[in-house]
Design a binder for this molecule. Sequence first.
Ligand code: ADP
Ligand code: ZN
Length: 423
Amino acid sequence: MPKDQLDRLQLKLLKILARRVYDSSPFYHERMREAGMTPQDIRTLADVTKLPFMTKKDLRDGYPDKLFMRDRSELIRYHASSGTTGKPTIVGYTRNDVENWSESLARALTSIGLGKEDVIQVSNTYGLFSGGLGFHYAAEKIGAVVVPASTGNTERQLELIRDLEVTAIAATPSYLMYMGEVAEKMGIDIRRDTKLRSGLLGAEPWSDRMRDRIYETMGVRGFNCFGASELSGPMFLECAEQDGIHFWGDLALVEIIDPDSGEPLGPGQKGEMVVTMLQKEAFPMVRYRMGDITSIMEEPCPCGRAHPRLTRIQGRVDDMIIIRGINVFPSQVEHALMQHRELGNEFQIVVDRKDHMDSMLVRVELRPEAFTDDIVELNELREYISSRLKGVLNVSAKVELVQSGTLPRFEGKAKRVVDRREY
Ligand code: ADP
Ligand code: ZN
């Protein structure tokens, strides 16, 4: 659909949505009333900024289902957020909500060339976490064969990949990297012994450097997938260009705002992602502040899709660690560490405070082949990495090189930060 046609469709859907939440959501009706507006105030797409924001707190305050606009008889599913930033929130779905969710991700899978001939292993957790079932429904919708592996039992997962000739896998990037390690120990060369070529990777921030590593070690092309339980689950993916995540314009209206002032930012400017789900029925998702930091890309995608494209998500506003007043995202640390061939894939950031001074320690695994008894050499490497980190982060960090295999591994979302400061 050409851009101007998509804009018209979005405006039409936005008007319908504003009317729907005004009429059926007492919560959002009240928000609109406080903002002194009615559905008639939406005349152009830019008028979306007149609508009041929603936040995670609204969902928490509404726990479990106070925000729902539909009767229980019209719901067919519940899921819950993974609770990264506090008490998990509950989301509900009507039949149309589940249908739109599957459609969204099915479209995404098609956009990277997957189809009936593919075998897709879903190695995201099945259950309350929306990842597993989200990919499951989408993969079935495109007629692929689904292997509902969920997480855990990693050796078995690898045997299935090999024996069932799995071509694509959905997982967190940290879990896929861990699978790579286990494969090596089992003597499975993913590139040579399996047909696995595509990774649908998301649910946590990751970097282009990690994408390169996954390709180099496993021959798997990683595609960045974005979602959140509030939106429905995993929904949006990069296309075959692997350059920015397409946000389907008929399902979601995405804006970028300045996280401090709430003012809209233009294309190319980095800020907080705000999403309006245009067709959601079970509960209102209007100008929802995701907390994720990204930007909308200016250039249209060479693939020809007019849907807006978002750059890699740097992290959440609340993932950000403030060290002596300087903002640091774990994804920046990851990016900097992955430049060094001597280092493995696992790292941990330990933040502490002594005598009112913040300190940051980055613990990172050394690759087995980079290990040496030469202390001087190791110290030099450590100092070098520390100075490179300082260059990127503008804050000094101590580095500790640890033996391969000693830091925690993750099947779901990785937890990289240990903050020991007392507030
Ligand atoms: P919770 O908020 O409890 O973690 P979810 O499981 O719904 O609940 O997680 C959604 C969040 O996961 C997003 O808001 C975002 O911070 C993160 N996320 C999902 N996909 C990606 C991705 N591809 N890159 C970076 N972050 C992501
Ligand atoms: Zn594209």
